[in-house]
Structure formats: C-alpha cells, structure tokens
Write a protein that binds this ligand. Sequence first.
Ligand code: NAP
Length: 349
Amino acid sequence: MNRIPVGILGATGTVGQRFVQLLDDHPWFQVTALAASDRSVGQRYADACHWLLPTPIPDAARDLVVQPIEPGLECRVVFSALPSGVAGPVEERFARAGHAVCSNAAAHRMDADVPLLIPEVNPDHTALIGEQRRRRGWQGLVVTSANCSTTQLALALKPLHDAFGLRRLSVVTMQAASGAGYPGVPALDLLDNLVPYIGGEEEKVEQEPLKLLGTLEGDRVASAAFVVSAQCNRVPVRDGHTECVSIEFARQPGADEVIAALEGFRGPAEAADLPGSPAHPIVVRREPDRPQPVRDRDAGRGMSVVVGRVRPCPVLHTRFVLLGHNTVRGAAGGSIHNAELLVAQGWVA
Ligand code: NAP
C-alpha cells in the first residue's frame, strides 16, 4: 500500500517530536510536512528543533523545512500538537480545507460533534463525523485525543464500567515533567519538589472520561453517569504519569474479579488489528511495588496501561495504581492510533 502523506503541526515540541519518532517507518503513514511557529519556519527541522528523545532524529525528517501552520501542506492527515490556545481555529481551517485532523489539543475535545477517541474504548464515536461535516460544511474532519492523564485512566475504567458499573471515583495523579511541554516547569520549581497544581488539568480529568465512556445515541454522545474527583500533581519524573484510583461501583466486585476484567480486556475487534494496538491494552502487575515510571512506562511500546496494587478500599470499593506513557499513549501514540482507526473505518482513504 502507498503510505498516506501526513503532516505534524507543532512538530518541534515535546509531543511533535514524539510524532516524528513514532511515525518513522510507520506501515501506513509517511511524514511529508512539518509545521511550527514563526520562530522555526524556514529552518531545517534538525536546526529548528531542540531534540529531546534518546533515539536520533529520523533521516526522513532531518532535512524537511519547517512550514507555517496553514492549510496547503502536502498531506491528507494532520496531527496537531499545538498549544490549545492556538489549535482551535487552525484545526478548523485544516478540516475545512479537506484534511483529517487528529488533535492532541484540548480546544475541540468537548465539542458535541467532535469525537474524543480511544480506539479500544469508543471506536463507534467516529459516527459523530457525519454530523460534524453536515453542521460545519467540512470536507475534512477533526477527531481528538483525551488529556494524557485521562487517556490511561479511561482505558482502565472501560472494562470496569462495563462489568461492574462505575458510580464515583477519586484519582490522585503524579504527572511527569514532559507533560508540561518544553521547557515546561523550571528545574528549580520541580527538582527535590512536587507542585500540587496543574492549571485546568483536574477539570479535564473530571469531565473527559464521561464523554469517552458515554453512549452514542444517534448523532450525539450521552455522557456516562459516574462522578470523578481529581487531584493533579506535577512530580520530578521525566516521562510517565502515575495515578492512584479509588472506585465505588454499582456492584461491588472482589479484587480477583477486577484483575480478571482488566487483564481480559482487549477492546473491540476493529481496534485489535491496528498497527499501534498493543497485544494487551492493560497489563496487571502483581508485585507490591509496581507500576513504576522507569520500569513500566514502555510496556507495549508505551501503548499499554500498567495497573498494580489492586486491592479493597476501606472508603469506596476498590483501589489501585495505574501508569501510562504520557507522550506515547497519552499523546502522539494515541493520536496515531486514532488516525489508524479512521483509515480502518474508511474515513481516510
Ligand atoms: P510544547 O513542547 O510547548 O510544543 C509546542 C509546539 O507548538 C512547538 O512545536 C511550537 O513551535 C508550536 N507552537 C507554539 N506556539 C505556536 C504558534 N503561535 N503558532 C504555531 N506553532 C506554535 O508543547 P507539547 O507538550 O508538545 O504540547 C502540545 C499539545 O499537546 C498541547 O495542546 C498539549 O496540551 C497537548 N498534550 C501534551 C501532552 C504531553 O505529555 N506533553 C500530552 C497530551 C496532550 P516552536 O518550537 O516553533 O515554538
């Protein structure tokens, strides 16, 4: 198959670089356009970008000249890794011009006609694209990935909601420095420290799971009916968000039932064969001191969520710790996975 030409908006940033890395040698997609701010436009990618990843800049990207974030880029799919304040109107312009936009930014996540998507969780929500095109007159489309903490949380919640019914849950996050972009939080604020506030994050973690686990009803998604309380912290970890979760269910399960539901989860068949799908979307560890960012964030090439310490909760019903790679499953890897789903479903040819 001829690979589909794709572009990256915000290609020089933390998430943009992860896109460039993950798309190198992708079986379906080929990076043909890189775009960023005026600071970078006109420079070779290798010169414009302060490369942060341990693998070298892919040869195919190194000499591409960074372009402005305007339609006209030579590509059918556009991955957006722009700051949310910039992304909204730019993504709309690309969709109007016929591109399929797969966004990491928050700008359109909660729009009623924009799918907030995780292939193993809610692949049927792409049906909103029909309504989106009717309402907005677009030839292209916009789908979004959830906030990085939400994505891994929603993956773990999906089989539990299906099996036992979520009523309410509390989540305390310990989020990696790379989640703040580059240069992000100043070193002197984070080394030997923890910052118990991430602007806007708790609202996202409380709202986005309800849309992700909501039910498609005609041309809208009816939100799931559980309640989330989130407390979000920035910690001096490079990559990998850890979350402590306590849940009350409609039907209280035993810890062994929770583990079986998590381990047995594969997601719908249409998600299972995508290039980015890990064999096990959720990996359960039995050791008392796992998951840990350094040891577990690369599980399933960074696309698996790792859950450990599953045990009864004396306040609610069940508690556990989960971990996911924030720039892979929580950002670029998740968006590429969404684009693969769009191709598999025929939305992108
Ligand atoms: P970042 O490291 O700050 O990178 C921002 C990128 O956007 C850079 O390429 C920058 O280009 C470009 N940019 C900034 N202002 C621009 C403007 N006015 N016009 C055009 N380009 C502009 O940020 P990030 O962490 O990669 O985050 C990108 C997006 O992904 C954000 O919406 C974020 O919320 C979301 N996200 C991030 C994570 C994560 O783990 N980091 C996870 C999920 C979602 P220059 O280099 O040229 O300035």
